[in-house]
Design a protein around this ligand. Structure first.
Ligand SMILES: NC(=O)c1ccc[n+]([C@@H]2O[C@H](COP(=O)([O-])OP(=O)(O)OC[C@H]3O[C@@H](n4cnc5c(N)ncnc54)[C@H](O)[C@@H]3O)[C@@H](O)[C@H]2O)c1
Length: 253
């Protein structure tokens, strides 16, 4: 039980990477409060675990009052927090910058960046009260190298890396580690929808084959890396942007 005694707040926990992370942590003994949209999936997930092991709270993290009430629920149900995984995100594609409306731009910033700011602001006092903790912010390979048609997404994921590094400096004094993860392609609805729109994995130079560089990962392969960053084994890892991408960023062509 690698995470026995840890109390973890996971955003985007109903689906994809957030769900795999919530499951991995709960299976290894953590008590998890998952927050996010997709309430039906979230409730079904929580229903598979015992009372208090994995709780799901439906909320829109772009709304300050909903962030506050999810964090209050974590305090009441878990008695505090030791780690945060900011995984909720959206991936709007297919538009160059001049075709992006103010509303689309602002929504992407609100979900992918401002929600992390709000969740961290609300939960930092709890981590400090616990004597320290770990924050893992899910960025993307798009922070370092990107593709056409995703200006808002690429901007937010680079900003998540910058924010994580900066927070690592300010909160070391409280024994709070902050890291970003540059995630490659993962088989979640976000990727599968994008692949369909782009004409399949081959069209993007991606593959599901296990022996290929830049293959498409199973969400559990990201969850275990997030788990490492939460664990005490990562006690000297902070301010990092950890690539978990199957070699995608290493490949020139
Ligand atoms: N799938 C990939 O290939 C990939 C690659 C790099 C980075 N990522 C990042 O991983 C994270 C998880 O994505 P995923 O692939 O699991 O896709 P996903 O669509 O399954 O998960 C996204 C989650 O975010 C939640 N969410 C969206 N808007 C929200 C809001 N306003 N309030 C609360 N929750 C909200 C959704 O409910 C959903 O559970 C995202 O930050 C994404 O950018 C994914």
């Amino acid at each position: 039980m690698m995470f026995a005694g840890k109390r973890v707040f996971v955003t985007g926990a109903a689906t994809g990477i957030g769900r795999a992370t919530a499951e991995y942590l709960a299976d290894e003994g953590a008590r998890v409060l998952g927050a996010g949209l997709d309430g039906e999936e979230g409730k079904a997930l929580a229903g598979r675990y015992g009372e208090g092991q994995l709780i799901f709270r439906e909320c829109d993290l772009t709304r300050e009052e909903e962030v506050q009430s999810a964090v209050t629920a974590a305090t009441e149900r878990l008695g505090g927090l030791d780690a945060i995984v900011n995984c909720a995100g959206i991936y709007p594609t297919g538009k160059r910058l001049e075709d992006v409306s103010d509303a689309e731009w602002e929504k992407t910033i609100a979900v992918n960046l401002t929600a992390i700011f709000r969740v961290c602001r609300a939960t930092l006092p709890l981590l400090r009260a616990a004597g320290g903790g770990s924050i893992v912010n899910i960025a993307s390979v798009h922070a370092d190298a990107t593709v056409p048609g995703v200006p808002a997404y690429a901007a937010t994921k680079a900003a998540v890396v910058g924010l994580s590094r900066q927070m690592a400096l300010d909160y070391a004094v409280d024994r709070i580690r902050v890291n970003a993860v540059l995630v490659g392609s993962v088989a979640t609805r976000m990727t599968l929808d994008g692949l369909e729109a782009a004409g399949g994995a081959d069209a993007l130079g991606l593959s599901f084959e296990p022996n290929r560089i830049a293959r498409i990962a199973n969400p559990s392969e990201i969850a275990s890396a997030i788990g490492f960053l939460i664990s005490d084994a990562a006690s000297f890892v902070t301010g990092s942007a950890m690539q978990v991408d199957g070699g995608l960023l290493a490949r020139l062509l």
